[in-house]
Ligand binder design. Structure first.
Ligand code: ZN
Length: 189
């Protein structure tokens, strides 16, 4: 388990650097990967990027399994992404309400590409290229942003949509669940 750093910590605003092939097999990076997975699961995140535990490397993990923080998110098997790239595949996008473990208590509305191609190395250095659609595509865009020092609040177009988790649950959760269902229906995930 590692400590999750929060907004205002400089590491969250820096561009993380690439992991070299030699580094990837090192105990330091392999332990980092294990710790990211464990910390993400313990914190109930859908993803966690290395800068969020204070490490400026281009690594993140994603996983969704019956997540109570995101009851509307489709399940997503565990992935470890090293030196990833995320490329939008079409001009289509949707609005979504996001939160972030590094911005405790806050959620806000923003726009994400509906279809992306992700290209990354796994923890063994194997290259994967996959097409990801819908809410899951948003998850990868959120984590990828962390590697470039970008936080979801930077992408919130209307700051008046910012809400605490408590207020989200009280006033928006039901309506948003409908929106999320429509996205899942349209894009399959
Ligand atoms: Zn985040």
């Amino acid at each position: 388990m590692r400590e999750i750093v929060t907004i205002g910590h400089p590491v969250l605003r820096e561009r993380a650097r690439e992991v070299t092939p030699e580094e990837l097999g090192s105990p330091a990076v392999q332990t980092l990967v294990d710790d990211l997975v464990e910390t993400m699961r313990a914190a109930g995140g859908a993803g966690l990027a290395a800068p969020q535990v204070g490490v400026g490397l281009r690594v993140y993990v994603t996983e969704v399994r019956d997540n109570p923080r995101y009851p509307y998110k489709p399940d997503l098997p565990l992935r470890v992404l090293v030196d990833p790239e995320v490329r939008p595949l079409s001009g289509e996008s949707f609005e979504v309400v996001e939160g972030c473990l590094s911005i405790p208590g806050l959620r806000g509305r923003l726009r994400r590409h509906a279809e992306v191609e992700i290209s990354y190395l796994d923890r063994d250095g194997e290259r994967h290229v996959e097409v990801i659609r819908g809410l899951s595509a948003g998850t990868f865009q959120h984590e990828q942003d962390h590697l470039d020092g970008v936080l979801f609040v930077d992408r919130v177009e209307d700051p008046r949509t910012l809400t605490s988790w408590e207020s989200f649950v009280a006033f928006q959760a039901e309506a948003f669940a409908e929106e999320a269902r429509a996205i899942v229906e349209r894009w399959g995930s």
